[in-house]
Design a protein around this ligand. Structure first.
Ligand SMILES: Cc1ncc(COP(=O)(O)O)c(C=O)c1O
Length: 406
């Protein structure tokens, strides 16, 4: 299948041929449908090669007096340059680490030292816990107050009036997701950052889910922090975060004494995964060579429209989130559903028996499921597509759901 749009032609079969895992099939010979893209993407050949070649070429620590060590220094510089292009910041504003959660906890611990009991932080009920709990712990340690932004019941978007109500001259930081990993909502980030900046707050964006689907530009958004995880955008398991230089220089990290105090090295504590850095650079290049996120978003729009139109026709189906195909640009192709009175785990297991892999539960977005009253009854089944999925796969998921419908 080929999706046509203004700038280029997106050849999804050529894309799929580059992902060895997509060729895996079940006992019935049908290829699996990896519909858990928000949980982690599959990996293209060039990223696999980059990781393997780095390991084959030799391992060494940094800043040694021999050529292999200098290769590693160069690889690290390359990864920072690639990350800067991807996040919309400078190379020394990119920090690598094991995953986004650990990096956000790392930053929040240092942020806490700048907070006092008179301060407030703002978190949302739409966010993954990785961009909620680290800031709550920071506030708790400093005796600062936590204020919550609510979501709307009908379409699970952020409640803008609630957002405005939480802001005041006491707000020191607003933590906000660029896209929900649970229901796919894309909040109007530029507008929300503007409102937060108007009261002088710092803004920490969770771009982990968003980065699989759309381009990030920290500078254009005028935000301070953006967290991503390359394993969600076709790279290896790693975390990558963009942080305004001034914060990296002024906040004091928990680090070892002999480690460099330069920015950003002072935040990259311990030895990094050099092979993952090589893979992340390759993943960023993979997206660029594909035509960037314009090409990706156009194909994903077709997938999301097909899913939303199809799901509306299934008996007993409840879609949690934006369901109107006209509003497809306000969401990613990640869908949370419940089928009749079936427990989400039962639906997910039934889909798995048909070779369709989905997740069920809360996927660490606990606040939103709690808010919607679904946390104690199994959350929802999450069906998540990305650019390597086909319309035929969407149809197969829809047909299987229809067979499972009450
Ligand atoms: C939206 C979102 N934020 C944060 C995280 C945590 O990322 P990591 O696994 O890199 O710690 C995830 C992981 O699923 C996520 O989906």
């Amino acid at each position: 299948m080929t999706t046509r749009h203004a700038a280029t032609t997106f050849d999804v079969e050529a894309v799929r041929a580059r992902f060895p895992a997509l060729a895996r099939a079940g006992a019935d010979g049908r290829p699996f449908v990896w519909a858990d893209a928000p949980g982690g993407s599959q990996t293209p050949d060039s990223v696999i090669d980059a990781v393997a070649s780095r390991m084959a070429a030799g391992a060494s620590n940094t800043h040694g007096a021999f050529s292999l060590s200098q290769e590693i220094d160069e690889l690290i510089d390359d990864a920072h340059r690639a990350g800067a292009g991807f996040l919309g910041c400078d190379p020394d504003e990119v920090v690598f680490g094991p995953n986004a959660t650990t990096l956000l906890l790392h930053l929040s611990r240092s942020f806490s030292r700048t907070l006092g009991p008179e301060d407030e932080i703002v978190v949302t009920r739409l966010d993954h816990d990785a961009n909620v709990r680290p800031w709550i712990l920071a506030a708790r340690d400093a005796g600062a107050a936590v204020r919550w932004v609510d979501v709307r019941d009908d379409d699970v978007t952020l409640d803008m009036a609630s957002f405005d109500r939480q802001l005041s001259e006491r707000t020191r930081l607003v933590a906000l997701t660029l896209a929900s990993n649970a229901v796919g909502t894309i909040p109007p980030a530029a507008d929300l950052v503007r409102r937060a900046k108007a009261v002088g707050a710092l803004v920490a964006l969770d771009g982990v889910h968003f980065a699989q689907h759309r381009a990030i530009d920290l500078r254009a958004l005028h935000a301070d922090i953006v967290a991503t995880s390359p394993y969600k955008f076709f790279g290896p398991h790693q975390g990558m975060i963009g942080v305004r230089r001034e914060l990296l220089a002024s906040w004091e990290p928990y680090k070892l004494r002999p480690a460099s105090d330069a920015v950003p090295d002072r935040w990259e504590t311990g030895t990094q995964s050099h092979e993952s850095m090589a893979g992340t650079t390759a993943a960023i290049e993979y997206i660029r060579a594909l035509g960037g996120f314009d090409a990706i978003a156009a194909h994903e729009r077709a997938l999301a429209t097909r899913f939303l139109e199809g799901v509306a026709r299934i008996r007993g189906m409840r879609l949690i989130g934006i369901g109107d195909p006209e509003r497809v640009d306000e969401r990613t192709p990640t869908f949370a559903i419940r089928l009749g009175r079936q427990h989400p785990q039962e639906t997910s297991a039934a889909l798995a028996r048909q070779g369709i892999f989905t997740w069920d539960g809360h996927y660490y977005a606990i606040e939103v499921f709690d808010r919607l009253g679904l946390l104690d009854t199994g959350g929802a089944v999450r069906i998540g597509f990305c650019h390597y999925h086909t319309l035929e796969e969407v149809d197969r998921v829809l047909e299987t759901l229809e067979e499972l419908a009450p």
